[in-house]
Design a protein around this ligand. Structure first.
Ligand code: NAP
Length: 358
């Protein structure tokens, strides 16, 4: 356990039970170590995973839970061994805050698949302190698990890239989807989905959005640049598009059938699951066999890949489409997220609205 000198006071908003309702919360973080940076949190995106965890929908939450894993902020302190950051830099932090640093996954920059991985919230560090996320004033983190946000990048729009952006970019690269002219379907036009459209277009791909929300068609095509839009309940539209897609990225947060998606793939097509639907869908085995089709899952990217994604996004002007909200709006934001009422990401203006005097 840490002594008082080894910790600093922090505050934020936490859920304390499976109602998922957040309220002000004081806690401690470790003090800045030799390899650490301290970040004053400026903005934090609200990912659907925050909602899943706050309500314990995945059956793995330990309360109190301070969510938030799409963080941008300003570096206020650096340890003496830190080489990547200087005080005043803008830093980004996603879901990862620690890993063993020695295994094959860590050596290959895949800390996200390290068996000793620590998540930014709902976990416990080796020193016994619990990990708390970005709906809070500050963060202390080993420099390895933070990325540099390039100058002039709009920080509010950058925040969701730290999880949503990296989660859709990583499988596009790893599974070789990101080839100009290849046809990708993006299922679910939410936080992850709208960024998948933007990255896929920047890679020169043909993009079809597959959505339950006909009212998102115009924005998908006219603002996000999608080439086509399918309403997933419209059997005629699905039938006409069967066998036309090289890959599909499924970002849906709720239970749904995979069979119509498998049918949309060409022979040898790849369906990549990045959403975490509750309950999970059934596997349509025979249609996979008879088209040599692949279904795979993918988590957010490792640290090297996350920095590459941020640099690619800055170069191609990719930022999230956001609604900036104050900290005390978070419970309303959760309610609206559950009703699919956000285009396309809430971002909390932490620095200007998190009030310490509660
Ligand atoms: P989001 O903003 O709420 O978007 C989810 C989208 O799914 C909605 O916009 C909606 O799109 C669609 N949808 C919602 N309910 C549906 C239903 N009943 N049937 C079919 N489609 C439905 O959520 P997000 O933040 O993008 O996160 C999406 C999922 O990815 C969540 O489960 C989250 O936990 C998971 N996630 C995973 C990782 C990872 O490491 N793999 C990282 C981040 C998030 P339409 O209106 O277009 O249908």
């Amino acid at each position: 356990m840490c002594s008082a000198e080894q910790t600093i006071n922090a505050y934020g908003w936490a859920a304390t039970d499976s109602s998922g309702i957040l309220s002000p919360f004081h806690f401690i973080r470790r003090a800045n170590g030799d390899n650490d940076i301290t970040i004053k949190i400026l903005y934090c995106g609200i990912c659907h995973t925050d909602f899943h965890l706050a309500k314990d929908e995945l059956g793995m939450t330990t309360y109190p839970l301070v969510p938030g894993h799409e963080i941008v902020g300003q570096v206020t302190k650096v340890g003496r061994n830190v080489s990547k950051f200087r005080v005043g830099d803008k830093a980004g932090v996603g879901p990862l805050v620690d890993s063993c640093g020695r295994c094959e996954n860590c050596d290959e920059g895949q800390e996200n698949y390290c068996s000793k991985l620590k998540w930014i919230f709902n976990g416990q560090f080796e020193d016994g302190l619990r990990s708390y996320g970005g709906y809070s004033d500050k963060l202390v983190i080993h420099e390895r698990y933070a990325v540099l946000i390039p100058d002039k990048f709009p920080l509010e729009g950058a925040a969701p890239l730290l999880c949503a952006g990296s989660t859709v970019y990583s499988p596009m690269i790893y599974f070789g989807l990101a080839e100009p002219g290849k046809h990708i379907g993006v299922v679910g036009l939410g936080g992850l989905g709208h960024l998948a459209v933007k990255f896929a277009k920047a890679f020169g791909m043909k993009v079809t959005v597959i959505s339950t929300s006909p009212n998102k068609r115009n924005e998908a095509v006219e603002q996000l640049g999608a080439d086509a839009f399918l309403v997933s309940q419209d059997q005629e539209q699905l039938q006409a598009a069967m066998g036309t897609m090289d890959s599909i990225m499924d970002t849906v947060s709720a239970s749904h059938s995979l069979l119509p998606l498998v049918d949309l793939l060409k022979t040898n097509g790849k369906l990549i699951l990045v959403g975490a639907p509750v309950p999970p869908p059934e596997l349509p085995v025979l249609p996979l066999l008879f088209g040599r089709k692949l279904i795979a899952g993918s988590a957010c990217g490792g640290m090297k890949e996350t920095q590459e994604m941020i640099d690619f996004a800055a170069k191609h002007n990719i930022a999230a489409d956001i609604e900036v909200v104050p900290m005390d709006y978070v419970n309303t934001a959760f309610e609206r997220l559950a009703k699919n009422d956000v285009k396309y990401r809430f971002v909390i203006d932490v620095a200007n609205t998190l009030n310490p005097s509660f």
